[in-house]
Design a protein around this ligand. Structure first.
Ligand SMILES: Nc1ncnc2c1ncn2[C@@H]1O[C@H](COP(=O)(O)OP(=O)(O)O)[C@@H](O)[C@H]1O
Ligand SMILES: [Mg+2]
Length: 362
């Protein structure tokens, strides 16, 4: 006899696991899919209960071979670094998982199956991103030190040029001193950008959706690429520095708009992530804002230094947008990560929610 009480408990505690769980009946149909598996396998929004797993995960022959093996032998099988093709035809992509399949009963003719899927991409990506964020921190420190060195004499040069202007014998010669002043001002503005926002974060309660709408307005919504919204209404308010988060989101949105082009599409999407570990800290709840575009994707040669200052593939680019955005988000305890392929680039801003919780209960 299958242990029905254990089965009945399965959905309860598995909701908050980061491991994806599939419970398949004896016809290999979904009996239960936990939220982590839905996200991992891109099953969100599809009717999955009682649907054959073969339909949702078509084309994954290795995976089905494992299921069949466990059904016939009842041995538990673990396959490391299994590559799965997931998603709907237009959002098809690959995920890497450690996969364990267990037969759920001893006695029935054909056993039901429990499939555990541990996502590896996210772990690999996050440690990679954390490395990048750290590297970008070091580079920013260097850029900052350099910027200070450049900025100090600029004031002197500007003042001297203005003084000189007043002493010039012919007023026409002032053209030259004005070039000096305007170039000094341009350099000073660039240095200010390099120095980044100086003031520390002052968190206030903010609504991420209101901020994203504000960013859409700043982007000149209506004139450029089409901006679509896919907001998770259950997202709680967050405790963040409003200006700094707007700046970070705007930098990402501008890049997305530039990549998508006037005829392209940019999507602002929000969702909440449960039990998420970031920089070694486990968060009960995190908010995620995705900024997606249908542009050509991030050039491969740019990727290794994407978040470093002065990295740009654009003729007029400052290469500061992403490094500043990453710094601003990390100041709020968050992280920016990305995935990119031609036609779909997503920058995800992960932000902790706890602070707002603590605030609410105080
Ligand atoms: N959404 C995107 N799609 C494609 N490439 C991107 C995207 N966002 C950033 N990039 C790449 O990253 C580089 C750095 O971006 P950023 O730091 O904002 O500097 P800038 O926009 O001034 O070039 C860009 O030049 C571009 O090559
Ligand atoms: Mg930019």
């Amino acid at each position: 006899m299958p242990d029905l009480s254990a089965r009945a408990q399965l959905p309860g505690f598995t909701d908050s696991l980061t491991t994806g769980l599939l419970w398949l009946d004896d016809f290999l149909r979904f009996r239960y899919v936990n939220p982590a598996a839905k996200t991992l396998l891109d099953l969100d929004g599809q009717l999955i209960r009682s649907e054959p797993v073969a339909k949702a995960l078509a084309g994954n022959d290795t995976f089905f071979a494992i299921l069949e093996r466990v059904r016939s032998t009842r041995e538990t099988v673990t396959q490391r670094e299994l590559l799965l093709d997931v998603g709907l035809p237009d959002t098809r992509h690959k995920v890497t998982v450690d996969c364990t399949v267990t037969a759920l009963s001893e006695s029935e003719e054909i056993p039901e199956l429990l499939v555990e899927l541990i996502p590896l991409d996210r772990h690999m990506r996050i440690s990679h991103e954390a490395g990048l964020a750290q590297q970008s921190g070091i580079n920013r420190a260097l850029a900052r030190a350099l910027a200070h060195e450049i900025k100090n004499p600029l004031g002197g040069i500007r003042a001297a040029a203005q003084l000189l202007e007043r002493k010039l014998p012919q007023p026409k010669m002032a053209e030259y001193t004005r070039v000096i002043v305007s170039e000094v001002d341009r350099l000073a503005a660039l240095v200010d950008k390099l120095l980044g926002p100086a003031r520390p974060a002052t968190p206030v309660e903010v609504n991420l959706h209101a901020l994203l709408d504000h960013v859409a307005r700043l982007m000149g919504e209506g004139a450029g690429p089409k901006i679509l919204r896919d907001y998770d209404p259950s997202l709680p308010e967050l405790m963040l520095d409003r200006d700094q988060i707007v700046q970070a989101l705007l930098n990402l949105a501008k890049n997305a708009g530039e990549a998508a082009g006037a005829d392209g599409r940019v999507t602002f999407r929000t969702r909440s992530l449960r039990q998420f570990t970031l920089n070694g800290v486990r968060h009960r709840l995190m908010a995620c804002a995705d900024i997606e575009d249908d542009g050509p994707g991030i050039p491969p040669d740019v990727r290794p230094k994407l978040f470093m200052p002065l990295t740009s593939s654009k003729p007029q680019g400052s290469g500061l947008g992403l490094s500043i955005a990453q710094e601003l988000v990390s100041r709020q305890g968050g992280l920016i990560e990305y995935t990119s392929r031609p036609g779909c680039t997503v920058f995800s801003v992960l932000l902790p929610v706890e602070a707002a919780d603590a605030h609410a209960s105080a």
